[in-house]
Structures are given as C-alpha cells and as structure tokens.
Design a protein around this ligand. Sequence first.
Ligand code: ZN
Length: 233
Amino acid sequence: MRIAIISDIHSNLEALQKAFEIIDRKNIDEIVCLGDVVGYGADPNRCLELVRHRTTHILMGNHDEAAIDLSVTRYFNQFARHAAYWTSEKLTEENLEFLKALPLRLELWGLTFVHSTPRNTEEWNYIFSSFEAHQYFDAFDTKICFVGHSHVPGIYSEDGRTATVKPNLRYIINVGSVGQPRDGDPRLSFGIFDTEAWRYEHVRSEYDTYAAATKIMQQGLPRYLGERLLAGM
Ligand code: ZN
C-alpha cells in the first residue's frame, strides 16, 4: 500500500491543489492529513472541503483547535492570532463542527500518525532535532510515527544516526508542510510511504507561491504571512 501523508496546509489552496495533482500521478492508495488544514492562509473553507473530499483520515492540529476555541490563541504570536480570529469568522458552521470532531492520534496499517508529538499531543510540543525526537520513541508502539507541526521536514531514527528508512529501525518522520514550509525552501513538502517496499519518499514541489501570497494580502491578513511563503520561512 502506498500512503501519502500531508500536513500543515494552512488554508493555502494553491499548494494543496498542487500536492493533490502530484498525489494523483503517484499511484497512491490512501491519504492521511496530519492537521493544521486551516490558519494563516486565505482559503480555509475550500482547503477543508478539498481535504474532506479526498480523505477520511484527518487529525487535529493546533491551528484547527484555535479556529474552534480562540482562547488557545493566547499562546500564539500576533500574526497567528490575527489569522485564527479571521479564520474562525470565515469558516462555515459545518466546517467548524467538522473540526471539533477531529482526533489527536491515529494508528493505521501498523503506523502512528500525530500532528505534534506522540506523547501529550495536545500540548503541541515541537520536534526539531534527533535529540528532541529521542524522548518520544517510548510514546508509540509502531515502527514509524509520522508528525508535522514544525513545518521542517526530517527523518529521525531511534539510533540518532540514520536518515534513510530501513526496516530494522524505528523512526519519527516529519513530512514538512504543504502550505507554509519553514526550512528556507518555499517548495511544498509532503511524504509518501510504501508499506510493502518499506520505503519513504519525501516530495518537494514548486507551486504558485505568488498567487497564494497575493490572496493573503488581499484578504487583509498580515502582509508577513504572504511574504513568508515566498521565502519558505
Ligand atoms: Zn502548522
């Protein structure tokens, strides 16, 4: 089985449509979305509707939570908070109800999926390094746990050394962000895992960053949220 794992779309329709175009050419059986479908970008409803149309496996991210409970934005910076208020106002009642029911964790096909970390997921901690990843290997039972949240793609093995996926080792894999990459590379990012070949493919692709950034500014959202898409930060 070939599984596409997408995360952190952040209401970026241009990036999401491009990701699905690629997925449609890659012989994919299942799609899992690790959350943060909304927040920051200009198209929350259309992104959520497209993700809902394409997969039933969708997790809650911290920006999805913020859209249904604005009190959690006290932990957000000013840009994220502004976008969360804007998003919660724009989302349809049906989409808000849908977000409320999303789970924090999925275990499917012998793999674990979470938005942030596999322990105390709702605390929304970040994994940016092997050192940080190491403390979470006892918080899941499968060989691989897929995460998003940091918007920085990475493969963290339990031995702290191996950056390619091998069958005899356990991994935490960050698939990166579709709609707001932050590793200095503005191209969209997601992952494909083949359970038979036990092979992980990291996909990067250009998309129309300029169109996505322009829409953000036209909606009166903070200009910085558009500019960062062009820089991948
Ligand atoms: Zn995010």
